[in-house]
Design a protein around this ligand. Sequence first.
Ligand code: NAD
Ligand SMILES: O=C(O)C(=O)C[C@@H](O)[C@H](O)[C@H](O)COP(=O)(O)O
Ligand code: ZN
Length: 358
Amino acid sequence: MDELTRIPVGGDRPYDVLVGRDLLAALPPLLAGAERAAVLHAPPLKAHADELAERLRAAGITPLTVPVPDAEAGKDIEVAADCWARLGAAGFTRTDAVVGVGGGAVTDLAGFVAACWLRGVRWVPVSTSLLGMVDAAVGGKTGVNTAAGKNLVGAFHPPAGVLCDLAMLDSLPAVDLTAGLAEVVKCGFIADPAILDLVESDPAAAVDPTGAVVRELVERAIRVKAEVVSGDLREAGRREILNYGHTLGHAIEKVEGYRWRHGHAISVGLVYAAGLARRAGRLDEPTAARHRTVLTTLGLPTSYRADAWPELLAAMRVDKKARGNRLRFVVLDGLAETGILDGPDDEVLFDAYAEVAA
Ligand SMILES: NC(=O)c1ccc[n+]([C@@H]2O[C@H](COP(=O)([O-])OP(=O)(O)OC[C@H]3O[C@@H](n4cnc5c(N)ncnc54)[C@H](O)[C@@H]3O)[C@@H](O)[C@H]2O)c1
Ligand SMILES: O=C(O)C(=O)C[C@@H](O)[C@H](O)[C@H](O)COP(=O)(O)O
Ligand SMILES: [Zn+2]
């Protein structure tokens, strides 16, 4: 194991996020006392799941490997029901555990399966994508998609620990690495502008999974998320800042039938949110423009179909930040100064769509 970074997440059920290379040996101790552990994984991660299963067996924990459909196809209540059937057949009790090995989609599913089984058993995300490491695996939001929208069914269920094994990024497709950077850039705008400086000063280094810059970006983004969720697990207030760019982003994902990558949709959503804040007189022009520049530099999308607006607006109405008929947007009042735009008129929202409409 090379140098290990341990980032604590506080709250009622504190845990650590471990960042390093070749971390899989760290899993069995997190599951001490369990007799069985289900290892949920999608096809691309089968070899890693099998290796983890062997490590668990060697540690006296009986593994149950559970293949699930890849990416968003796995974030489905029917898939969760199949997983619960497997746990039931294997006699999983409250001391047993669930492990999710994969990107954010698999860890969101695994956490949800764990949150509901016997009303909550221990779980550990073994995060294998950049987006998963910097965001999805941290913070205890778990869930599945429904026909009505993204992540509309779920639970807050903090893990026992999070493993971010940077060696996993070596096999991550480049397009998925870049998609993950959208959430890293988000953290730069809402809380840690040094992230933006790092990306802007060497964009090539930001997409080299073996380099020191990616590790620094991962750790900085995790620290942003850890600090926020430590004080507001259930999103009663401050945690909403992590949803920057997600009101439109989630709507795009829904309209696309969950075939767009989350990070790509969030990239467009970030540019929209920045334009909305600028037009509302809250954000200065250079900081708003910086969104498009930095995301474009990384090769992320910043536009979406002009004719999709009516569908997008309808999808945004079920955003979790909405209250009754009022939409609420996380916006910036300056770099790393977050606020809420509460109840903007539909006309204002439509006008701002010109910022991203292609
Ligand atoms: N719970 C949260 O707080 C939270 C936060 C952000 C995002 N999310 C969710 O995370 C999901 C997006 O996560 P994602 O970007 O990781 O997408 P993903 O999980 O769909 O993974 C993208 C693709 O990369 C593959 N993959 C992952 N790791 C790999 C590796 N090491 N080698 C080869 N292939 C690998 C996956 O199998 C998949 O095909 C969305 O569903 C989003 O809603 C949740
Ligand atoms: O952890 C959070 O809180 C976030 O908002 C992080 C987001 O990047 C993430 O996509 C999350 O799943 C969105 O949450 P949702 O409550 O809008 O589904
Ligand atoms: Zn997100």
